[in-house]
Design a protein around this ligand. Structure first.
Ligand SMILES: C[S@@+](CC[C@H](N)C(=O)[O-])C[C@H]1O[C@@H](n2cnc3c(N)ncnc32)[C@H](O)[C@@H]1O
Length: 324
């Protein structure tokens, strides 16, 4: 269930782990913070770790060194995960000299070393991004969802999506003639488009459309709140700890507080910590800018300037241009 922002008392944001806290936001290194958290205490660890791409917030090293460092952090993360808990690891590719290293494949064996069990490799698909010239343009990243044991929380009902054909009925057997679907909707599957939605498409006529997404901050690699919300709702119950070890601007923490979970994050960059603090406060004040959940994917009508074939291409007789 959604809380109505502005109708609940703001929760205090604490700087250090305390078992009774509601929201903890630590400024500093993840490994230092994790060492303060007891074993088996976190219901969901959800993050998009640094990809070693040399973004403003990371120092690029060799892929081997990067994975070695991440293994040390992962050992600690597995320690603090509850026995019925889940870990969602959202990654894309590391690219060096044009060669692509799929991080989820490289991470998989690390998590297996710690005996985690993969439940889904979720494809998070998005429609837009950089156009590659020497390989096909990348349009998805993945989320590895692992559990610590075979006894884990999975709530399907809060994350069902509307079915395409709710009127479908059983055509044989004892339920013949009865609706075959679920009135609450269908399983969202392991390909998530709903959360990509119009992240980059909000305003079609403005070139840097990303900047127009209501959730966009100065962080270069934010994920949408809805992506984290889906994991929080499906994999935790109210009151459980949700922890983002590489919290960025606090997207996972916001998803957690929105659904009455306790939220923790560690982030080394002071400016992102300040933005997280502000976003959480904005949520409690009812002023957080966010994309409304369930808004349908933007479909261009064909009349937008950017959806039309440029005049100068029309004489090419290219068959690609003739297709819809
Ligand atoms: C991919 S971003 C996460 C973005 C986040 N999902 C969001 O929506 O805002 C990774 C973050 O990890 C932080 N980071 C990298 N190494 C860290 C470390 N050792 N300890 C704490 N934070 C770290 C970076 O500053 C960056 O903000």
């Amino acid at each position: 269930m959604h809380n109505l922002p502005g109708f609940e008392p703001p929760k205090q944001i604490e700087g250090q782990y305390r078992p009774e806290a509601d929201v903890v936001l630590y400024e500093g290194d993840t490994v230092d913070f994790v060492s303060t958290i007891p074993d088996n205490s976190v219901a969901l660890i959800i993050t998009s770790p640094p990809y070693n791409l040399g973004k403003d917030y990371e120092t690029r090293t060799s892929i081997e060194q990067y994975l070695e460092m991440q293994t040390q952090a992962i050992a600690q993360l597995c320690r603090i995960l509850r026995n019925d808990g889940s870990l969602c690891w959202q990654v894309g590719n590391f690219v060096e000299n044009g060669e692509v290293y799929p991080l989820d494949i490289l991470y998989y064996s690390i998590f297996k070393k710690f005996d985690l069990r993969l439940r889904n490799r979720i494809i998070w698909r998005f429609g837009h991004g950089l156009h590659a010239s020497k390989r096909f343009s990348g349009r998805y990243e993945t989320i590895l969802w692992f559990t610590k044991s075979d006894k884990y929380i999975f709530n399907l009902d809060p994350v069902r999506v509307p079915s395409k054909y709710p009127g479908k009925r059983h055509f044989k057997g004892p339920n013949r003639g009865k609706p075959s679907g679920n009135p609450l909707g269908k399983n969202p599957s392991d390909i998530w488009e709903v959360v990509a939605q119009d992240w980059e498409e909000t305003v079609w006529d403005i070139p840097n459309v990303k900047a127009n997404h209501p959730e966009k901050t100065a962080h270069p690699c934010q994920y949408p709140i809805e992506l984290a919300e889906r994991c929080v709702l499906a994999l935790t119950t109210e009151g459980g700890w949700v922890y983002d070890p590489y919290a960025g601007v606090g997207t996972s923490l916001i998803a957690a507080v929105m659904h009455n979970r306790r939220a923790m994050g560690s982030e080394k960059d002071a400016a992102y910590v300040a933005t997280t603090r502000q976003r959480i406060q904005d949520y409690f004040n009812g002023t957080l800018r966010r994309r409304p959940v369930g808004r349908p994917v933007h479909q261009p009508s064909g009349n937008e300037k950017v959806a039309q074939i440029p005049e100068e291409w029309k004489s090419h007789g290219n068959r690609v241009l003739e297709s819809p």
